[in-house]
Design a protein around this ligand. Structure first.
Ligand code: TXA
Ligand code: MG
Length: 320
């Protein structure tokens, strides 16, 4: 842990450090920064490779969809479809600790890995001057999960980030301790009845007062899965998926890994971070006629391979 501390670069938030954070993010590198809720590990939300680097740094054994953070109201409709309910909630609670899950806009530049292949995107505007200054300096939406290693508690100071992630955080911009200290409320507006996916600083009562409509809680729904990790839906290809394939059978598309003959290759050099960056876009590209099934080459289980295999096993699991 002390070794991580010596490698982590913490800089106070100044116009200069904010500008250099923006330049790093534009170059596809990671920057950890304060928001009003918890510190986020930020990367360019429009860059599959930057998003893959976030998952690698967190060491998470699965791909969870990430929140796209914005600093201003303009251009939001190029990212997600904003209806009247979303507009009213943004007007009342943004900037602030409310994340809205909305349908992906046509031609949205948000990385498919950032949304874990889903057709919806989570978006929020943090209520922290340093966070918004960094997003503006980057000039693009920033994907940012909490800036901790998988399984650790969420960090509310720059020192927490350094302890948990060390040099994996890239640059840490110190914006002081987080005011709220728990993650944002996540509200899914892609459903007819707004669904509370994660409780947080903004309560269901506050949301219902603005919407003039009841919300439902994902946890309260008896038919919903019990584990919080299973609450979000998952992208599943329409075609059947066969794993650990060395060759394509008749009609199959073969999604390859490493040097091999295949329809598309996740990473010809066998680089797991590159493979993660390409995973959802390539699965979608092959999930159509003339192919009748999707075969996927074996992926090693180390590093990001665990998350890739987790997603592939779900895709290949028998459907109900
Ligand atoms: O306060 C916060 O929200 C912090 C700060 C850094 O902004 N961020 C954060 O991100 O907590 P993360 O990645 O740890 O949590 C994102 C949550 C997860 O519960 C995820 O399942 C949900 O948002 N989520 C993201 N995209 C989604 C989508 N398209 N559909 C459903 N849930 C989604
Ligand atoms: Mg987290």
């Amino acid at each position: 842990m002390s070794q991580n501390l010596t490698h982590a670069r913490i800089e106070p938030a100044t116009p200069l450090s904010v500008a250099s954070a923006g330049a790093r993010l534009r170059a596809g590198q990671l920057v950890a920064f304060a928001t009003e809720t918890v510190y986020g590990l930020g990367g360019d939300a429009t860059n599959d490779h930057a998003v893959a680097a976030i998952f690698a740094a967190k060491g998470r054994p699965s791909f969870n969809p990430l929140i796209a953070h914005v600093a201003d109201f303009d251009l939001i409709e190029t990212l997600v479809q904003v209806d009247d309910r979303a507009r009213a909630l943004m007007k009342r609670f943004w900037p602030g600790p409310l994340t809205l899950v909305l349908p992906r806009a046509a031609h949205s530049p948000i990385s498919l890995l950032a949304s874990a292949g889903l057709d919806t995107i989570a978006i929020r505007m943090p209520d922290h001057d340093v966070a918004r200054a960094i997003i503006r300096a980057a000039g693009r939406p920033i994907a940012a999960p909490s800036a901790n290693r998988s399984g650790a508690v969420s960090p509310t100071t720059a020192a927490h980030v350094a302890e948990s992630l060390g040099e994996r955080a890239g640059l840490i911009i110190d914006g002081g301790p987080c005011r709220v200290g728990v993650e944002s409320t996540v509200l899914d507006l892609s459903t007819p009845i707004p669904t509370l996916l994660r409780p947080g600083g903004i309560t269901a009562d506050q949301i219902e007062a603005v919407l003039g409509q009841k919300t439902q809680s994902a946890q309260a729904d008896a038919s919903a899965p019990k584990s919080p990790g299973m609450l979000e839906s998952h992208y599943a290809p329409a075609l059947a998926v066969r794993l650990n394939a060395e060759h394509a059978h008749a009609g199959e598309a073969l999604l390859g890994f490493g040097a091999m003959d295949c329809t598309l290759n996740l990473s010809p050099t066998g680089d797991l971070e590159e493979a993660a960056a390409h995973l959802f876009a390539m699965m979608r590209a092959l999930d159509r006629a003339p192919f009748t099934a999707l075969a996927v080459a074996p992926i090693p289980e180390h590093g990001l391979g665990a998350a890739i295999n987790d997603r592939l096993r779900r895709a290949a699991a028998p459907r109900s």
